[in-house]
Design a protein around this ligand. Structure first.
Ligand code: PEP
Length: 252
């Protein structure tokens, strides 16, 4: 059975006190979260060290980084190394989020290197893909998303792909309140699963979790998560409200 995952992407939000309060609120409400789902939070990088200590005794919450570079150490001012993440017991890392592709010009080649480096250090990449509104409107969105995957992820050997999580995040739905319908999301999730099977076989296709992201909230999560190829969510805005994030975890 595939892992169910609810991952919160806090982006560049919350000052330190606010972030720590939110984490403590989640920890205190452990019993309300879905025990069958992997709960991941991706806070801002400066908080990871303290957060790693705070969750050390609460291993039902996994920590994720929002970013990592592909080199272990050296003269790369401002970057975060997978070795550093590993030393804090960080389990997941976002790769290829549209905000990083767009604002920081992260291209397919860099993303492939990041995925590989993370896997080499036993950190699970959550590889994000998704199309802009104009691509959706021009009806080539299926090919567009498949190419994002082919270029950066599917060039890796099968055992590496088997260690990844994929997040389909249509850019027109991120932070806009305009969620993809469950049919729209399932269509792409189904295509991704089929492409995984064609390239890497049934076993890998049936084991890689594929998350949906884009204005996923407590009132639409159930419908989305009921789709056969949707294994959970990458949650932005709603993950900043503890009760909403918790409700989403119970939407399977
Ligand atoms: C995201 O940024 O990954 C995201 C899904 O954001 P939101 O839930 O706010 O649309």
């Amino acid at each position: 059975m595939r892992k169910k995952i609810v991952a919160g992407n806090w982006k560049m939000n919350l000052d330190y006190t606010q972030a720590k309060n939110l984490l403590q609120d989640l920890i205190q409400n452990k019993d309300k979260f879905n025990a069958d789902a992997e709960i991941v939070i991706c806070p801002s990088a400066p908080y990871l060290g303290v957060f790693a200590e705070l969750v050390a005794a609460h291993d039902w919450i996994k920590l994720g980084s929002q970013n990592a570079y592909f080199i272990d150490s050296g003269a790369f001012t401002g970057e975060i190394s997978p070795v550093q993440l590993k030393s804090l017991n960080i389990k997941y890392c976002l790769v290829g989020h549209s905000e990083r592709r767009d604002n920081f010009n992260e291209d397919y080649n860099l993303l492939a290197k990041k995925v590989k480096a993370l896997i080499n250090h036993d950190i699970t990449p959550i590889f994000c893909c998704g199309e802009q509104l104009q691509v959706r409107s021009s009806n080539v969105y299926r090919e567009f998303v498949m190419k994002q995957l082919e270029d950066s992820l599917f060039s890796l050997p099968a055992p590496d792909v088997a260690k990844c999580v994929i997040a389909y995040e249509p850019i027109w739905a991120i932070g806009t309140g305009q969620t993809a319908s469950s049919e729209q999301a399932q269509e792409i999730h189904g295509l991704i699963r089929a492409r995984l099977e064609a390239n890497f076989g049934e076993k890998i296709a049936n084991s890689v979790p594929i998350l949906y992201g884009g204005s996923c909230k407590p009132d639409n999560a159930k419908e989305l998560f009921s789709q056969k190829d949707i294994d959970g969510g990458l949650i932005g805005g709603a993950s900043l409200v503890g009760a909403d994030f918790c409700d989403i975890s119970n939407s399977f």
